[in-house]
Design a protein around this ligand. Structure first.
Ligand code: NAI
Length: 336
């Protein structure tokens, strides 16, 4: 008997793939023809998608107007993002070219919220330093002093799926949680989160964590002016998108001590660095090298999403988005 699924088999070019992408997509793919490319998607690599009806892209693939135009002329009809954020896609261009864009809106808000907590705890209790010290036979506690999270004021910018989980975690630790969002969430208010103007949060929070998307309004939401309003020694955590923070202003804030701790899982110029082993290379990005020189800065390489559960959900939802498109169904996770 003919496999009805055969009719829906689609040839998909996957960009920016790593071994873990293959592992999870091969586990859940039953009928599509996936061609994995390690190369990122950009104007130089877009021809790799020739003959494919869909492409699958990740956070640092640059889907600009020329890329969209080239995809269109190559016959691509669907851009399937294996991410929640879509700031790297020229949505207007995709719309104008009749290319549908789908995404994975929520694969594990817990993964990212818990990673934000990991950054906070590591920066605060300096477990990364303690680990190295003790392994070298240094059992001294000098300069490892932390602070109780209990009773501290945490400011959360953006209380969507990830921000809400993060608020609950911090409430569970006994923190006072203040939030700013364009829409206050009643359920969050009922749990004890207090919505306040952004400026008040900048002024009152001991820890500020960013959980809003990158848009024209939020670009450089953390800048010299906002940093100047913050408490001396504030802890700033960004697990959302690099360009929410003006890197030069953050460096200045660290130099003056206004920023006492900086935890970044994302970075403004991350696309040239993150997800790659550059340990034998000369890093040309002076800003990240300056950031890495501070003892109170912790940078991870966009790994907030990186849990077993999230990778499984990303693969399942992306494949189901492709199936819906191929079957002509309503696209649940359409961006445009
Ligand atoms: P979401 O769409 O559920 O929530 C975003 C929230 O931000 C919404 O409540 C929205 O109203 C709010 N918002 C929009 N504009 C705002 C503004 N100007 N000021 C304050 N709040 C504003 O998104 P979700 O799933 O919670 O993800 C948040 C962000 O986390 C994503 O946009 C993405 O950039 C980032 N992310 C990072 C990952 C990582 O691995 N580090 C993985 C997944 C997402």
């Amino acid at each position: 008997m003919k496999n009805p699924r055969y009719l829906w088999r689609m040839k998909i070019a996957f960009f920016s793939t790593k071994i873990y992408d293959r592992e999870f997509f091969d586990r859940y793919n039953t009928h599509h023809e996936i061609i994995y490319f390690e190369a990122p998607l950009n104007e130089h690599t877009v021809t790799l998608a020739n003959g494919c009806k869909a492409i699958c892209a990740f956070v640092n693939d640059k889907i600009t107007l020329p890329v969209v135009t080239a995809l269109k002329s190559n016959g691509v009809e669907l851009i399937a993002l294996r991410s929640a954020g879509f700031n790297n896609v020229d949505i207007a261009a995709a719309k104008a070219n009749g290319i549908a864009v789908v995404r994975v809106p929520a694969y594990s808000p817990h993964a990212v919220a818990e990673h934000a907590l990991a950054l906070i705890l590591t920066l605060n209790r300096k477990t990364h330093k303690a680990y190295n010290r003790v392994r070298e036979g240094n059992f001294s506690l000098d300069r490892l002093t932390g602070f109780d999270l209990f009773g501290k004021t945490v400011g959360v910018i953006g209380t969507g799926k990830i921000g809400q989980v993060f608020c609950k975690i911090m409430l569970g630790l006994g923190c006072k949680v203040l939030a700013f969002d364009v829409i206050a969430n009643k359920d969050m208010e009922a749990t004890g989160v207090e919505y306040l103007p952004l400026l008040t949060i900048f002024q009152q929070a001991d820890i500020i964590s960013l959980h809003c998307p990158l848009t024209e309004q939020t670009k450089h939401i953390i800048n010299a002016n906002s940093i100047a309003m913050m408490k001396q020694g504030v802890m700033l955590i960004n697990t959302s998108r690099g360009a929410l923070v003006n890197t030069a202003a953050a460096i200045e804030g660290l130099k003056t001590g206004r920023i006492g701790y900086l935890g970044l899982d994302v970075y403004e110029q991350e696309e040239k660095l993150f997800f790659n082993d550059l340990s034998e290379n000369i890093i040309q990005d002076d800003d990240i090298m300056r950031l890495l020189s501070f003892p109170n800065v912790l940078i991870t390489s966009h790994q907030g999403f990186f849990t077993q559960e999230a990778l499984a959900e990303i693969a399942k939802t992306t494949l189901s988005n492709v199936d819906e498109f191929e079957a002509g169904k309503t696209l649940k996770n359409i961006v445009v």
